[in-house]
Write a protein that binds this ligand. Structure first.
Ligand code: NAP
Length: 262
C-alpha cells in the first residue's frame, strides 16, 4: 500500500506566517485579514481609511489570538508601500502572504467619463496592485518564498450588464493578466502570484448609488440567485495563501456563484 506522509488539514494551516492585507479596513479585505488570522497568521492591515474600519480589523484579529498592526497608507504611493513592508517585517516577522484587496468602483458612460475619473480608478486598481506586488515580492524574494493574492473581479472577464464602468472592467482584466505575468517572472524564486475574482459580493462598495437599483437584478442574473457574502471569499484566500495551493501560480480563481458559466 502507498504510504502518504501528507497531513491534509495542515495544508491549510497558516501558523507562524505573516500576512499583509491591503484594503483591510472594509469589506473583502477586512474579512480575508480576519480569516488568515483565524488560520494562524499574524496580519498587517493596510488601508487609507482613518475611520473605525482598521481598528475593528485589529480588534477582531487580536480576539482571534493573533498579532495585528494597522498601517494607514495609500496604495498609489510607492514609498508608503515600501515602508509598510519594512514595518510589517520589523513588527511581525518575514512577510510570507500578501493579499491586495484595496480598490474602488464608480461608473459613468464611456463617452462622458472624465480623464480624471478614469485615471484615479486606474491608479488605485491597477497601479496600486502593481506597486503593492512589487514591494511585497522584493521582501519575499529575499526569503525565497511567498504567496501573493490579488483581488481582481469577474468584471475582468465579463461586462456587467447595466453598469457603465469601462475603466473598472479594464482595470480588473489588467490585474488578472498582470498577476499571470508576475507569476511567470517570479516562478523560479519561490513566489507564487494568483488572483481571486469575486462575483457580486455584499460589501460597502455595492451600496454606491448606481448599484442600489441593480442589486436585485444582479442576484437574479447569478445562477446561485444571490450575492456572495464576504465569508465566502475566505476559503479561496486561505487556499491560495497556504501550502494547499503549492502547485498553483498564475491562476485566476473565479468565486462568482456560477455567473461566468451563463
Ligand atoms: P470596500 O468595502 O470599499 O473595501 C475596499 C477598501 O480599500 C476600502 O477600505 C477602501 O477605502 C480601501 N482603498 C481604496 N483605495 C485605496 C487606496 N488608494 N489605498 C489604500 N486603501 C484603499 O470594497 P470591497 O467590495 O471589499 O472591495 C475589495 C476588492 O474586491 C476591490 O478590489 C474590489 O474591486 C474587489 N471586488 C469587489 C466586488 C464586490 O462585489 N464587492 C466584486 C469583485 C471584486 P475607501 O473606502 O476610502 O475607498
Amino acid at each position: 500500500m502507498t504510504r502518504f506522509s501528507l497531513n491534509t488539514p495542515a495544508l491549510f494551516d497558516l501558523s507562524g506566517r505573516v500576512a499583509l492585507v491591503t484594503g483591510a479596513g472594509s469589506g473583502i479585505g477586512q474579512r480575508i485579514a480576519l480569516g488568515l488570522a483565524q488560520s494562524g497568521a499574524d496580519v498587517a492591515c493596510l488601508d487609507r481609511r482613518t475611520d473605525q474600519g482598521l481598528a475593528d480589523s485589529l480588534q477582531m484579529i487580536r480576539t482571534a489570538g493573533r498579532r495585528a498592526i494597522a498601517i494607514h497608507a495609500d496604495v498609489t504611493d510607492r514609498a508608503s508601500l515600501e515602508k509598510a513592508v519594512v514595518r510589517t517585517e520589523s513588527d511581525l516577522g518575514p512577510l510570507g502572504i500578501a493579499v491586495n484587496a484595496a480598490g474602488i468602483a464608480n461608473a459613468s458612460p464611456a463617452e462622458d467619463m472624465s480623464e480624471e475619473q478614469y485615471q484615479n480608478l486606474m491608479d488605485i486598481n491597477m497601479k496600486g496592485v502593481f506597486l503593492s506586488c512589487q514591494a511585497e515580492a522584493r521582501a519575499m524574494h529575499g526569503h525565497g518564498k511567498g504567496s501573493i493574492i490579488n483581488i481582481a473581479s469577474m468584471s475582468g472577464v465579463i461586462v456587467n450588464r447595466g453598469l457603465m464602468q469601462v475603466h473598472y472592467n479594464a482595470s480588473k482584466a489588467g490585474v488578472i493578466h498582470m498577476t499571470r505575468s508576475m507569476a511567470m517572472e517570479w516562478v523560479d524564486r519561490g513566489v507564487r502570484v494568483n488572483s481571486i475574482s469575486p462575483g457580486y459580493t455584499a460589501t460597502p462598495m455595492n451600496t454606491r448609488p448606481e448599484m442600489v437599483h441593480q442589486t436585485k437584478e444582479f442576484e437574479s442574473q447569478t445562477p446561485m440567485q444571490r450575492m456572495a457574502t464576504v465569508d465566502e471569499m475566505v476559503g479561496p484566500a486561505i487556499f491560495l495563501a497556504s501550502d494547499a495551493s503549492s502547485y498553483c501560480t498564475g491562476i485566476d480563481l473565479l468565486v462568482d456563484g456560477g455567473f461566468c458559466c451563463w
